[in-house]
Write a protein that binds this ligand. Structure first.
Ligand code: CP
Length: 321
């Protein structure tokens, strides 16, 4: 029997499938009204066991803009997880309440465990320090729209490269595109994990590791800033020591190319000075806006795939046991 399609990692979709998804997202951006009833009668569940503003609410906005409805919880402590229910049991039940589910969880791999038991598509909305595939789809759409291509550029990733799941997902996704130079900018303690470096080495993709932003700023086409992930530190002292290691301000921006884009998955703490928000190179709020278009395209794509398989008798309906 055909398996349901989920999104756990950005590479779960082929490059061709992603191209199509981004084309749909661009069309949604330009012709939003045409999509207002595409999900009439459908329900999105958002099961968030960890705090979120953008991911959860952009998913909810996406489904509402498609004409569908939403239900869910924003905090695991308000769900039966507080009584000890497993994500497998929760998703099994949610399969009867909704047609598609976006899940965030502090434990790496939890959305994957849910997907294995789910009767509806599950989207990983971020699992621990592991992956954040829908942020990556947002990032790729933003790069494609602003830079004009997903090939041939130098990207600097700066900040907490150890715990930052958006960074891990983005690097993984970009390895499928051509001629990208990676510059990892982090303090020694927050270097990109070995498994990411091993993946780049195995694909013969060069990368550079530095500790100061200034030394590489003139080379970058895109600067991807990240916050230090307080919630993943084991002690407060280390966090306090590292949290303001990088602060992008107008002085540093003088070293950058005229067309270098600044990206950030947000939320920001201190790593980008507010004065930068008016710089035309600041793309981070645009990223948040594009997150709605790409999530609309993703919901449509996964529901279409599910309906197609149902119509071909390849999947069973949640109610047909
Ligand atoms: N970028 C991102 O994941 O933001 P939230 O944590 O607010 O969802």
């Amino acid at each position: 029997m055909e398996r349901l399609r989920h999104l756990m990692s950005p590479t779960d979709f082929t490059v061709e499938e992603l191209d199509h998804l981004f084309d749909v997202a661009e069309d949604i951006r330009k012709n939003m009204a045409d999509y207002a009833h595409k999900c009439d009668g459908k329900i999105l569940a958002t099961c968030f066991y960890e705090p979120s503003t953008r991911t959860r609410l952009s998913f909810e906005s996406a489904m509402l803009r498609l004409g569908g409805k939403v239900l869910g919880f924003a905090d695991g402590s308000n769900s039966s997880a507080a009584k000890g229910e497993s994500v497998s049991d929760t998703i099994r039940v949610m399969s009867y309440y909704a047609d598609i589910c976006a899940m965030r969880h502090p434990k790496e791999g939890a959305p994957m465990v849910a997907a294995e038991k789910s009767l509806i598509p599950v989207i990983n909305g971020g699992d621990g320090g592991h992956q954040h595939p829908t942020q990556t789809l947002t990032d790729l759409l933003t790069i494609r729209s602003l830079y004009g291509s997903l090939n041939n550029f130098t990207i600097g990733l700066c900040g907490d490269l150890k715990f930052g799941r958006t960074v891990h997902s983005l690097i993984t996704a970009l390895t499928r595109y051509e001629n990208i130079n990676y510059v990892f900018i982090s303090p020694e303690e927050l270097k990109v994990p070995s498994y990411i470096k091993e993946m780049l080495k195995a694909k013969n993709i060069p990368y550079k590791q530095v500790t100061t932003l200034e030394e590489v700023m003139p080379d970058l086409d895109i600067l991807y800033m990240t916050r230090v992930q307080k919630e993943r530190f084991f002690n407060e002292e280390d966090y306090v020591r590292l949290k303001d290691f990088y602060i992008l301000d107008s002085q540093k921006m003088k070293l950058a190319k005229e067309k270098m884009f600044i990206m950030h998955p947000l939320p920001r703490v201190n790593e980008i000075a507010v004065e930068i928000d008016d710089d035309p190179r600041a793309a981070y709020f645009r990223q948040s806006e594009y997150g709605v278009f790409v999530r609309m395209a993703l919901i449509l794509t996964l529901l279409d795939m599910t309906d197609e398989h149902m119509n071909q008798g390849l999947l069973r309906h949640p109610g047909d046991m």
